[in-house]
Write a protein that binds this ligand. Structure first.
Ligand code: GLU
Length: 284
């Protein structure tokens, strides 16, 4: 028998939940089916997260008719786990401290406007600090993965995509990881972790069998699959959903507060009607 599905919805409490979030949450719950649907609060960026937004998340999801298990995982409570993983990668010689600012990176790229590759995290890091040892790491440093060294540690890797956008099995493209994704940041300055590192460790800790999220994060997946292999974590399958669009066919921005679920609720919308709005294709 296949394992019971375990999925999660992982919002950041940096603003109100909007239609895009509701869509993502409903898909995660639907993909869990009779399995388990979990919630995770992605609050590593404490400068942007607020307790009132977290409270609003619980309220909006409950209103939508969703139920999840307690206790909810909160990334801000897991810094020791992230630190231990970084120590593991450091012991393998796979991470290094980096003090480059965005301006330093731009300056180091010969022709940033023309043809500089753009990875999932922006312009590809030129490797300026790659030779710095971890013994040199201080509070002002971010920690980056040495992508070339990391790839030398693993064999061929891939992942199963169950979503509608890029269905099928995907082999990891090592050249793309090296030359485009590059030496991604695993711990942001003064934060002790990053989106990539936390998401991989948390999905493993929550026993997620299928990661559901927007197609905008599809390019981050090879980085996550590589980290799972380096940290010897189980490999979930993936379901990247399409991104919902407004009535003009324009993608809804993550920060579009005009689409806040709370606003629809205040205007008297029912959960059933909102669900219907999200599942019906937009008329062109
Ligand atoms: N916290 C991320 C977001 O709000 C989702 C991360 C993920 O699902 O991997 O977009």
């Amino acid at each position: 028998m296949p394992p019971e599905p375990v999925t999660r919805f992982a919002p950041s409490p940096t603003g109100p939940l909007h239609l895009g979030h509701a869509y993502a949450a409903l898909i995660a719950a639907e993909r869990a089916g009779a399995g388990r649907f979990l919630l995770r609060i992605e609050d590593i960026d404490q400068s942007r997260c607020r307790p009132e937004w977290e409270a609003q998340i619980y309220e909006d999801l409950t209103w939508l008719g969703l139920r999840w298990e307690s206790p909810v995982m909160r990334q801000s409570e897991r810094l020791p786990v992230y630190r231990a993983a970084l120590e593991q990668l450091a012991a393998q010689g796979l991470i290094y401290p980096c003090r480059c600012t965005r301006a330093d990176i731009r300056a180091a790229l010969s022709a940033p406007q023309e043809g500089a590759p753009l990875g999932p995290d922006g312009v590809t890091y030129p490797g300026t600090c790659r030779a710095r040892p971890m013994s040199d790491a201080g509070r002002e440093d971010a920690l980056r993965l040495n992508m070339g060294a990391a790839l030398a540690h693993v064999g061929a890797l891939g992942f199963m995509e169950n979503g509608p956008v890029h269905p099928g099995h995907h082999r990891l493209d090592r050249d793309w990881l090296c030359d485009v994704a590059g030496d991604v940041v695993l711990a942001r300055r003064d934060m002790g972790t990053s989106y990539h590192l936390s998401v991989v460790l948390d999905d493993a800790a929550q026993g997620i069998t299928e990661v559901t999220r927007g197609a905008d994060l599809f390019e981050a997946t090879p980085i996550h699959v590589l980290l799972q292999a380096l940290l010897q974590l189980p490999a979930p399958s993936y379901y990247h959903h399409d991104l919902i669009r407004d009535e003009h066919g324009k993608r809804l921005a993550k920060r579009d507060d005009a689409r806040a679920i709370a606003l629809y609720r205040a205007e008297g919308m029912t959960p059933g009607r909102l669900r219907q709005m999200l599942t019906q294709p937009v008329a062109s």
